[in-house]
Design a protein around this ligand. Structure first.
Ligand SMILES: *[C@@H]1O[C@H](CO)[C@@H](O)[C@H](O)[C@H]1NC(C)=O
Ligand SMILES: *[C@@H]1O[C@H](CO)[C@@H](O)[C@H](O)[C@H]1NC(C)=O
Ligand SMILES: *[C@@H]1O[C@H](CO)[C@@H](O)[C@H](O)[C@H]1NC(C)=O
Ligand SMILES: *[C@@H]1O[C@H](CO)[C@@H](O)[C@H](O)[C@H]1NC(C)=O
Ligand SMILES: *[C@@H]1O[C@H](CO)[C@@H](O)[C@H](O)[C@H]1NC(C)=O
Ligand SMILES: *[C@@H]1O[C@H](CO)[C@@H](O)[C@H](O)[C@H]1NC(C)=O
Ligand SMILES: *[C@@H]1O[C@H](CO)[C@@H](O)[C@H](O)[C@H]1NC(C)=O
Ligand SMILES: *[C@@H]1O[C@H](CO)[C@@H](O)[C@H](O)[C@H]1NC(C)=O
Length: 500
């Protein structure tokens, strides 16, 4: 049957051709993603005069962008450049567990406040966060732990230049940067995000049988944040040697946050208030969101969503959800000073992911409760760490949802809202930062309150609604397994490394 044979050879050729084309597309997509990631290092010199005027001169050093030395040998000056070098450097730092400035500020105690800062690539914002931390009262009694998922010498030298308290760096070892062509980065054999199930099965791509609940396949870049958050918490509570006896509070911040000078004072006040009036409050919260611009002004939302990527769509939907919760109280800086009065208000309410995920604080006891239910976090099909934690909170056998105690006059602000996507508008870093600075100046006379009054609220109906399904993006079994694996690592002895 020559005709039949010919047809099947043709079919094989076509399939082979398609496969080659697909591999090419995948490879170019990977390259594109890498290029974009390194471009993302946000380190501009556009700090306005207005902002600088409100920063004490001795702190300007944290805002100064040093021009790259073009004449120097770049490999010498900027250290490791290829992946194997970076992996080795990361391993060395993680093993050494070096605490900078310990000799000046004393060792970590069991009640030292630990401030964990998750850092990606937004260096400009990180500079401002450091400036705000430098001005906080009692900052010299804390330990700052910077947790990085991107290795960059400029970020490292900024962090190591901090001289106002103890500092430690930890590096997320499963980053996209260090796994450019394999899981947890993007493997060439990973299923394209939008491919249909039947097609994926034919392609025999990785985990073809496990798209997320929206039928999409994983995107490495977007799973990284949840992995990093989980790894960081595990690392701090369960693995570092300096926290073996730690029972104090751990504050969770991100690179684009900004703190008020009395945030540690407020934290202690929240703690004592909770101990007295709300022993069941497991989470303390210092922050809230600034709403500086409209996400969807007047335009047709559906149409707008069509032009967004899948993850952006998911973000837009959660953003809208968050916005609806704030109905009737639009967050903007004009209304804030009302929250700062001589007797300040704190609120006790059920913890909700999107409202109480900034400047979140808890201790080891609470972490152990979370860890017991790690399945609820790791196996939940949502790429957001905060929604995963909400899911866990709502599914605690025999226990209530997490309660949070939060200050109504926020002490942590999100300055990174006008990130990459708003370059054209007037919404730049300097604009937001100078507004936060102004707000804090106006509120200054009401800082360091000696007492607070607590109100207990049940939270809105929407806010208490049980999550029925996640936002997706976390269907791949490898992600769920890696998440679980991270909890299996025990405490690691600090290795002293001597430099010649
Ligand atoms: C940034 O600004 C400072 C002071 O304005 C200047 O000295 C420095 O050269 C600038 N750096 C870059 C990379 O433009
Ligand atoms: C640039 O690098 C060269 C060679 O290492 C060095 O001599 C010079 O001092 C550097 N310049 C600056 C501004 O760091
Ligand atoms: C950089 O280093 C290499 C090897 O160490 C050397 O051959 C080269 O001349 C250096 N380049 C510059 C611009 O100093
Ligand atoms: C990475 O760079 C170093 C020099 O910086 C070199 O010795 C090493 O061979 C490189 N590794 C790879 C895999 O390219
Ligand atoms: C912390 O350490 C001190 C002594 O170093 C000890 O007296 C105290 O009981 C410890 N506190 C906790 C909560 O373990
Ligand atoms: C940790 O937090 C819980 C809940 O807020 C609290 O009950 C407990 O006393 C705290 N543990 C320590 C050692 O402070
Ligand atoms: C950001 O805004 C400030 C003042 O609000 C302005 O001086 C600065 O030029 C702006 N920067 C950019 C990059 O638009
Ligand atoms: C999880 O750990 C197991 C056992 O060490 C290992 O075989 C597996 O590859 C790990 N999975 C991931 C996704 O890292």
């Amino acid at each position: 049957m020559p005709r039949l044979k010919y047809a099947s050879i043709l079919r094989v050729l076509v399939i082979l051709g398609l496969f080659c084309l697909w591999v090419q597309i995948m490879l170019s997509a990977t390259n594109g993603a890498m290029e974009k990631d390194s471009e993302e290092l946000m380190n501009t010199n556009d700090t306005s005069e207005q902002v600088l005027a409100l920063v004490p001169p001795e702190l300007h050093k944290y805002l100064t962008v040093h021009p790259r030395n073009a004449t120097a040998n770049s490999t010498e000056r900027y250290g490791p450049k290829n992946v194997s070098d970076i992996l080795r450097a990361i391993q060395r730092v993680n093993e050494a567990q070096t605490i900078y400035n310990e000799d000046i500020f004393g060792p970590v105690q069991n009640d030292t406040v630990i401030i964990a800062i998750q850092v990606h690539t937004r260096l400009t914002y990180l500079r401002h966060l450091i400036v705000s931390l430098a001005q906080a009262k009692d900052i010299d009694k804390t330990l700052l732990i910077f947790s990085h998922d991107y290795y960059d010498e400029e970020i490292n030298s900024l962090v190591r230049s901090i001289d106002f308290t103890k500092v430690m760096q930890i590096f997320f070892p499963y980053s996209v940067q260090t796994h450019p062509t394999e899981f947890p980065g993007m493997d060439p054999n990973d299923c394209p995000r939008d491919v249909k199930l039947e097609q994926a099965i034919k392609l025999k791509c990785n985990n073809a049988l496990h798209p997320d609940l929206h039928g999409h396949y994983r995107e490495a870049k977007y799973t990284q944040t949840k992995h990093h958050w989980w790894w960081k918490a595990n690392r701090i509570f369960n693995q570092l040697q300096c926290t073996a006896a730690h029972t104090g509070m751990v504050v969770f911040l991100e690179e684009d946050h900004y703190v008020a000078e009395d945030f540690l004072h407020m934290l202690n006040l929240l703690r004592t208030t909770a101990d007295r009036t709300c022993p069941q409050c497991e989470i303390l919260c210092l922050g809230t969101y600034l709403k500086t611009y409209q996400y969807h002004s007047n335009s047709d939302k559906r149409k707008k969503h069509l032009t967004l990527s899948y993850i952006q769509q998911v973000r837009a939907v959660s953003e809208e959800r968050r916005k609806r919760q704030h109905d009737g109280q639009t967050w903007n800086y004009q209304v804030y000073p009302n929250f700062y009065s001589s007797t300040q208000k704190v609120e006790i309410t059920p913890w909700h992911s999107s409202m109480h995920n900034m400047g979140m604080v808890f201790n080891r006891t609470v972490w152990e409760n979370i860890l017991e239910l790690q399945d609820q976090f790791c196996a939940y099909d949502d790429y957001n760490w905060d929604y995963s934690l909400l899911h866990l909170s709502q599914n605690r056998p025999g226990r209530e949802k997490f309660k949070v105690i939060l200050c109504k006059g926020p002490r942590v602000f999100h300055i990174g809202e006008c990130g990459f996507h708003h370059k054209k508008s007037n919404c730049n870093a300097s604009t937001v930062i100078s507004k936060v600075q102004k707000l804090l100046q106006d509120a200054k006379s009401n800082f360091y309150p000696s007492r607070v009054t607590a109100t207990i609220t049940a939270g809105g109906a929407k806010h208490n609604k049980k999550l029925t399904k996640g936002n997706g993006g976390w269907g791949d079994l490898r992600d769920q397994e890696l998440c679980t694996n991270m909890t299996q690592v025990g405490r690691q002895i600090r290795k002293y490394i001597y430099y010649a």
